[in-house]
Ligand binder design. Structure first.
Ligand SMILES: Cc1ncc(C[n+]2csc(CCOP(=O)(O)OP(=O)(O)O)c2C)c(N)n1
Ligand SMILES: [Mg+2]
Length: 795
């Protein structure tokens, strides 16, 4: 045994100890309301202790990036602790307030988590798209002074049931994936049960089909040596045919049980009997438990022997709970070590009471271990988080506004204009779409900037002189990544592109487009991207029942509420193209911010922290307003609202609208103005930002800042108390219903609550009650006054 392996073995044991102590400590020192779940960490962590020791302390290089299986976080934190990057305080507060996080978190942990995990499957896909992002960055000539990194996912075997992993796998094949390792912790256990037999064969075929190398790490070095002994082949055959459940059960029960079972099944066969007999119970258990994934020489050989850049899947046989009393038990996912078991473990580790956190307690020659840790290649770079300065954004984004235009057309026109230029700003934009590039109006941009691929590929239609509106030329310089129809992939790719400044030290300005209703399909991935603080713009179009003829399967209702509630995502739904131009410009700057978190006096938003942006756009052509974009107007648009018509002192009613229903709101106000005085019309460009500012200002006042005023409070300050508000949007009415609570105005919120259907726009607006007549009827009901003559009976 080499010195290196001997040292790694000592550290592996220490890591398992520290992780177990962290979990035990969290579980017993705090009053846990979720005791069961704390146990999820114990067995699941032990399963990966060997593999993670090998990776972090020997195999990985500073440029590599890792997504750790969620429940292995205690192992990750323990390794970082040994490397001096995690504190005892945080380990002691594991799962507690400001402590090490239950699942590795890029944003909440202090020990340089590369990729957050928790919602299984997403971290796995993130590594694949991060590889693609790295290739994209380098193909554009950036970041070439740094070595290429490998993107590594530690994957639970049951995690592989998540469909998003397969969506990513297919996309990776299309995009020529490189430098990606997925290491499957094949412990054959999920949360509930022991998994189906023979899954490894399906995985092997599957990965090979997608062009991956597959390395199976099944037998440890003890087993491989035993197979060389007389009778060894019979033992191997027995192991190979042993069902998962039985193997797990025997691991749990231990040496005597192994002996009995082996003797019963292959014991009367001469050589193999001797092979079994010459081992004590403990040795026999050690041999049978010596699966490849718990054998340092085997895992090191597999990792160091991998192809330098081909995507590689390692199927590593492991035992869930390895090295702990719960090893192999099918119920062990929630298993925790009892205080008595922990005490036995402590003594076995030579750890004195009160010295549980000492890094080298119970180990010989701490100096040697410390100096080994100081030379670990992975930790050689001081900063794992890189940074990139902000790309300068033009003061205004030019666009020719047609008299009647939809916001979606406006978006296409804006990007087309940006695409004409050759500024650094234009070069850093990267667009992507899951097979809806053309129908979300990215076509003109793609014509100008081309599609990204590792190799050049001309547009055959063009070379054959067949007229087409779109030129699809692929090259390493292209700036659009075309995805297959998988919204999860879109959001995970945006997550990877949107972290490029931190991972590759090169800033990208990613924009993804999709149909608004399909945000729901990729929602967990969108949430994941935001949780990691990736920076991107998502343009969701078309949207709402405005998409009339498309019917209920394509019409979105709840998405404005997602926009309102999703942390890390500023949402906008403009009605006019000049508003969109202002918002898009602002978004490019906002997504690059990373400053302090103090809210601004102006709007009570924490704009300096930056974030991602969601634009909900429409295909409805809307008559545009001819106007000059003043600084005040543009500020109002960005803050979330401005008066299109300020209500007077006698106003009985005002209308607040968002998005494509602007013409209905304007028409209704026009009709009402004939019978009511001073009717107001508020254009809401971002219910999300208005709401966030309002909440923040209230909180500030509750903390003593009595003068704090949000944008919406200022806008509504002079609206008479008796004035009613009718709010309206093509989306769920709750999006704007809260406006009434700002200053206590009686409010009627109109919107869409039920699945859409096919019909003309007028028919649907009427049916769902968001047309001008419905607005007038609502006004009449909540703000009694002279009857409004134009009111027709509602359907
Ligand atoms: C999307 C999602 N669904 C469900 C869970 C709950 N969950 C956490 S771990 C787990 C089982 C994981 O099994 P496996 O990946 O084999 O890891 P092991 O526990 O064996 O280490 C489940 C269902 C989750 N974290 N994320
Ligand atoms: Mg498992």
């Amino acid at each position: 045994m080499t010195d290196k392996i001997a040292t790694l073995r000592e550290l592996e044991k220490k890591i398992l100890w520290l992780a177990s102590w962290t979990i035990h400590n969290a579980n017993h020192l705090r009053d846990n309301t979720d005791g069961l779940k704390v146990g999820g960490h114990q067995a699941s962590s032990a399963s990966l202790a060997t593999i993670m020791t090998a990776l972090y302390l020997d195999v990985l290089r500073p440029q590599d990036r890792v997504a750790v299986k969620p429940h292995a976080s205690p192992i990750f934190h323990a390794i970082q602790y040994l490397l001096g990057k995690q504190t005892q305080d945080r380990l002691q507060a594991f799962r507690g307030y400001q402590g090490a996080q239950s699942y590795p978190s890029r944003t909440k942990d202090a020990d340089d988590v590369d990729f957050s995990t928790g919602s299984v499957g997403l971290g796995v896909a993130q590594t694949l798209f991060s590889s693609l992002t790295q290739d994209y960055v380098r193909a554009h000539g950036w970041g070439l002074s740094r070595p290429e990194g490998r993107m590594v996912a530690l994957v639970g075997d049951a995690e592989l049931d998540e469909g998003n992993i397969f969506e990513a796998l297919l996309e990776g094949w299309k995009q020529g994936l490189r430098n990606c390792w997925w290491i499957i912790d094949y412990n054959r256990q999920s949360l509930d049960q022991v998994v189906r037999e023979g899954l490894w064969e399906r995985y092997e075929q599957l990965f090979k089909n997608f062009g991956w190398d597959v390395v199976i790490v099944k037998y440890g070095s003890l087993q491989r040596a035993a197979f060389q002994e007389p009778g060894g082949e019979k033992l191997r055959a027995w192991i190979d045919s042993c069902p998962n459940q039985l193997y797990s059960a025997l691991v749990f029960t231990g040496g005597a049980a192994w002996r009995k079972r082996l003797n019963d099944e292959i014991g009367d066969q001469g050589d193999v009997s001797r092979l079994i007999e010459k081992r004590s119970d403990d040795d026999l258990a050690a041999l049978m438990n010596n699966l490849g994934g718990h054998d340092l020489p085997s895992v090191l050989e597999a990792f160091h022997g991998a192809h330098p850049e081909k995507p590689t899947c390692f199927i590593c046989y492991t035992v869930k709970g390895f090295g702990l009393p719960m090893a192999g038990h099918k119920d062990n996912h929630a298993g925790l070590m009892t205080p008595v078991q922990m005490e036995v473990f402590r003594q076995k580790m030579g750890v004195r009471e009160g010295h549980e956190w000492d890094k080298f307690e119970g180990l010989a020659s701490p100096e040697r271990l410390q100096s080994f840790l100081e030379r670990v290649p992975f930790a050689a770079d001081k900063a794992r988080r890189l940074s990139a300065s902000a790309i300068e954004v033009p003061d205004a984004l030019p666009v020719t506004i047609q008299p009647t235009m939809s916001t979606q057309t406006g978006f296409g026109a804006l990007l087309n204009e940006i695409g004409r230029g050759d500024s650094e700003f234009a070069r850093r934009i990267v667009t992507t779409s899951p097979d809806v590039t053309v129908s979300t109006n990215l076509g003109p941009w793609v014509n100008r900037r081309g599609l990204f691929a590792h190799e050049k590929m001309a547009d055959t239609f063009k070379s054959e002189h067949i007229p087409s509106t779109f030129t699809w030329e692929f090259s390493p310089q292209g700036q659009h990544i075309e995805l297959g129809i998988a919204e999860n992939n879109l959001f995970v790719l945006l997550s990877a592109l949107g972290l490029s400044h931190s991972i590759n030290g090169e800033r990208l300005l990613p924009i993804g487009t999709l149909y608004d209703p399909f945000i729901a399909r990729g929602l967990d991935a969108l949430n994941y991207a935001c949780y990691q603080d990736a920076r991107f713009i998502v343009v969701a179009t078309p949207s709402g029942i405005t998409l009339a003829g498309e019917g209920g399967a394509h019409q979105s209702i709840a998405e404005p509420l997602i926009g309102l509630a999703q942390d890390g995502l500023a949402s906008f739904e403009p009605a006019y193209v000049d508003e969109l131009a202002v918002i898009l410009r602002w978004a490019f700057a906002y997504m690059q911010k990373d400053g302090d978190t103090k809210p601004s006096e102006l709007n009570w938003l924490r704009d300096e922290t930056g974030g991602s942006v969601y634009l909900r756009l429409s295909t409805r052509p809307v008559e545009q307003i001819e106007r000059t974009m003043t600084p005040e107007l543009s500020q109002g648009i960005v803050d979330g609202a401005y008066w299109l018509r300020e209500p007077g002192p006698n106003a009985q009613v005002m209308v607040a609208y968002t998005g494509a229903v602007a013409p209905e709101a304007i028409a209704a106000v026009g009709l009402m103005a004939e019978d009511r005085r001073d009717v107001g019309l508020l254009a809401v460009t971002s219910a999300d930002r208005l709401n966030a500012g309002w909440t923040a200002a209230q909180r500030a006042r509750e903390r003593g800042l009595v003068h704090a005023r949000s944008h919406i409070e200022r806008l509504l300050a002079d609206v008479p108390a008796h004035c009613g508000i009718v709010s309206v949007l093509d989306g769920h009415p709750a999006t704007l219903a809260w406006l009434g609570a700002v200053a206590g105005h009686r409010t009627r919120a109109l919107g869409v609550e039920h699945f859409g259907q096919t019909g003309s726009l007028a028919e649907l607006y009427r049916h769902y009650g968001i047309d001008a007549n419905a607005i007038v009827a609502a006004a009449q009901a909540i703000a009694p006054g002279r009857p409004i003559r134009y009111l027709k009976a509602l359907p």
